[in-house]
Ligand binder design. Structure first.
Ligand code: P1T
Length: 388
């Protein structure tokens, strides 16, 4: 099945057996527990909804299909998925290499929970250079944690080259594919071991569910993750599973529109005298444009830019927007805008933030699928209001 077909059908085949209901849309199985005939085994395949639930199971099959993976697991948030992954794969004394530009909450989880409470050590490197990653490996390196494109600076890393380097050293490569989505990028096909998503973003796509997902094809790693999903319990609810299942059906069409609109907004910003720099992997001016073309099937709906001014100018711009909502999060059909330094990356210490390149004039846009001219008009008006 091609992507568009799998995104609509996998996990949701109507039950056409005698007595089957034939639903074309998956029912929301709210039951927390499932009756059995015998003490020693469940009768219908399900026992307790934390362990497994029919609606969530259907979604997990679909999530796997989206990334061309054998297995999918759905969690209560992106960070819930990350926490479960760290609990499953790390032990005290292990070392992690992570991209130095990451969602602020991921960095907070690694630093303030796993590094400070569990003696996990971490080195953040500029993974745009494979050499930087190679130099960071230690004997006890267990995980390589990547985002590409990164949040918020849209930096890329070479998934295939880093995965090759990690394999020879026995380390597991995890790619947070939230920004690109499987429609535009398939890390497992580039030899990464595990893909992670905040389904809160594009996969659900309508800003009405918080969730996370892990997709992978290695059975051993899957068993470890599945064990922790049940043991730690950060599972996605049946209702949210239904919503994500419904949202995923239109992922392909939404992503095409997101990318088309983002390219137009990026080109407009690049032509504006009130903008110092635009970060979008689909622009020829992006330093890794060649890697973007090689590794991604399209460039997505996220972009950042530096407004010509300071944090006050950025705030004025953000507060003058009328169609874009000033809000954290991304990936919904509606356009959102935010100030990473004071919102999504406020938990990253200022010194580190500035070293990575997240300055006070940086603005991040999640370009929605409204009319592109309306969006450009909104940005143009807000720039005018901010820079008189
Ligand atoms: O919010 P949650 O579903 O827990 O997902 C965390 C997460 C993980 N990975 C990436 C790349 C993310 O962007 C996020 C969440 N990000 C935002 C809320 C944001 O506005 O950037």
């Amino acid at each position: 099945m091609e992507f568009e077909t799998a995104a609509i059908h996998v996990g949701e085949e109507p039950n056409m057996q005698e007595g089957g209901s034939g639903d074309v849309a998956i029912p929301i199985h709210l039951s927390s527990t499932f009756a059995r005939r015998k003490v020693d085994r469940p009768t219908g395949g399900y026992e307790y909804s934390r362990t497994s639930n029919p609606t969530r199971h259907a979604l997990e099959m679909r999530l796997a299909a989206l990334e061309d993976a054998k297995f999918g697991l759905a969690f209560s948030s992106g960070l819930g998925a990350e926490t479960s992954l760290f609990l499953a794969l790390l032990k005290s004394g292990d070392h992690v290499i992570a991209f130095d530009d990451l969602y602020g909450g991921t960095r907070r989880l690694i630093d303030k929970v796993f590094a400070s409470n569990f003696k996990v050590s971490v080195d953040y490197v500029d993974a745009r250079s494979v050499n930087n990653v190679e130099r960071a490996f230690k004997k006890n390196t267990k995980l390589v944690w990547l985002e590409t494109p990164t949040n918020p600076l849209m930096k890329l890393c070479d998934i295939a080259a880093i995965s090759k380097a990690a394999k020879t050293r026995g380390a597991i490569v995890v790619v947070d594919n939230t920004f690109a989505t499987p429609y535009f990028q398939r890390p497992l096909a580039l030899s990464a071991d595990i893909v992670l998503h905040s389904t809160t973003k594009y996969i659900n796509g309508h800003s009405d569910s918080v969730g996370g997902a892990i997709m992978l094809s290695d059975r051993g790693l899957y068993e470890q993750l599945k064990f922790v999903q049940n043991a730690a319990g950060a599972v996605l609810s049946p209702f949210d599973s239904f919503l994500v299942m419904r949202g995923a059906k239109t992922l392909a069409v939404r992503m095409r529109e997101h990318a088309r609109n983002a390219a137009k907004v990026a080109a407009f910003l690049e032509s504006s005298k009130n903008v110092r720099r635009v970060y979008y992997p689909g622009l020829k001016s992006h330093p890794q444009y060649e890697l973007a073309k090689k590794q991604m099937g399209g460039f997505g709906g996220m972009l950042s830019f530096e407004i010509d001014g300071d944090s006050k100018t950025a705030a004025k711009f953000l507060q003058a927007l009328k169609i874009f909502s000033l809000a954290e999060s991304l990936g919904g059909v509606e356009s959102l805008a935010e100030h990473p330094a004071s919102m999504t990356h406020a938990s990253v210490p200022k010194g580190i933030r500035e070293k990575v390149g997240i300055g006070d004039s940086l603005v991040r846009l999640s370009v929605g699928i409204e009319n592109a001219d309306d969006l450009i008009g909104d940005v143009e008006n807000a720039l005018r209001a901010a820079i008189r």
